[in-house]
Design a protein around this ligand. Structure first.
Ligand code: BV8
Length: 246
């Protein structure tokens, strides 16, 4: 049985267009809690109680206490080796598109350019009403001086993330769809592949004839659709792939 990492490196080396989809597992080594893992966020919180428009309408303070707590945790984290390799690849592979479900901003801090953020950013806010044209702006104060943070119109601001039951930004979805259709190698890293439409890109890549590689210590909701599984943590597999690609 050939080594999956060596096989993956060989396929990535020959890639003309590389599309990478990342999930919370890429940030796990940085200390950012995942959602569904044994110590995941959803273990102690229920997604529907916090990451939905209804939860925010019912209790904006509770939702903001959760996001402010996450922002403080993420602010104490650094990008890890997985983020660093992907940042190097975004410079090295002009045709690499990084599509992320993560809202933590660690890909950006590692220096990755050209990121498609499917679920928004925990470091951005916008008026919940909205009084303005729904524009998000960056607000990375930790902790926030006031919970919920007020908009200038007096309504609360909301986190600049996509909640369950909310549409993803259409322009981002369109670009991610184009990158998926165009790629000949699609790599899904650190995602349980349970949340749609993000997880759907894995299946779309497969249907479009790309070689689909999964980097995850566990099996996922898309494992039966991948051509090659690297059952290792991203912070170990990506530096090894990078070494083999030198
Ligand atoms: C939409 C917000 C449609 C930001 C998130 C019923 C009602 C309503 C909707 C639905 C429904 N049923 C299905 C849906 C669709 C729903 C959905 O998919 N639900 C799932 C749960 C069944 N999707 C939506 O609602 C989306 N919107 O469909 O709108 C629509 C149409 C018309 C009109 C209006 C609406 C919106 C989805 C976005 C939700 N927002 N987050 C925030 O607070 O963070 S989702 C949340 O999950 C995060 O964004 C996260 O990115 C995402 C996916 O999770 P993962 O990243 O995969 O993380 P997870 O913990 O699950 O897995 C970690 C993985 O890493 C594991 O596999 C683990 O093994 C691995 N790992 C661990 N360590 C490592 C590692 N891998 C590598 N290395 C390691 N070291």
């Amino acid at each position: 049985m050939s080594d999956p990492i060596a096989t993956a490196a060989e396929r990535i080396r020959r890639a003309r267009h590389l599309t990478v989809l990342t999930g919370a597992g890429v940030s796990a080594a940085s200390g950012v809690p995942t959602f569904r893992g044994p110590d995941g966020l959803w273990r102690s919180f229920r997604a529907e109680d916090l990451a939905t428009p209804g939860a925010f309408r019912r209790d904006p303070r509770l939702v903001w206490e959760w996001y402010d707590w996450r922002r403080q945790r993420i602010a104490a984290c650094e990008p890890n080796a997985a983020h660093d390799v992907l940042a190097r690849w975004s410079q090295r592979f002009p045709d690499l598109t990084l599509v992320t479900q993560n809202v933590d901003g660690l890909h950006e801090r590692a220096g990755t350019t050209r990121i498609l953020r499917l679920h928004g950013s925990i470091w951005h806010v916008r008026c919940a009403r909205p009084c303005s044209d729904g524009q998000t702006r960056r607000d990375d104060r930790v902790p926030l001086p006031e919970i919920p943070p007020p908009c200038i119109c007096g309504e609360p601001l909301r986190p600049g993330v996509v909640w369950f039951g909310e549409m993803l930004p259409l322009d981002v979805v369109k670009q991610a769809g184009e990158a998926t259709a165009r790629c000949d190698v699609f790599v899904a890293i650190g995602t349980s592949a349970l949340v749609y439409p993000a997880a759907g890109f894995i299946h779309e890549a497969r249907a479009a004839g790309a070689t689909v590689i999964e980097i995850n210590p566990e099996t996922t909701g898309a494992s039966d659709a991948v051509d090659l599984a690297v059952r290792q943590p991203a912070e170990r597999a990506l530096p090894e792939l990078d070494r083999l690609l030198q």
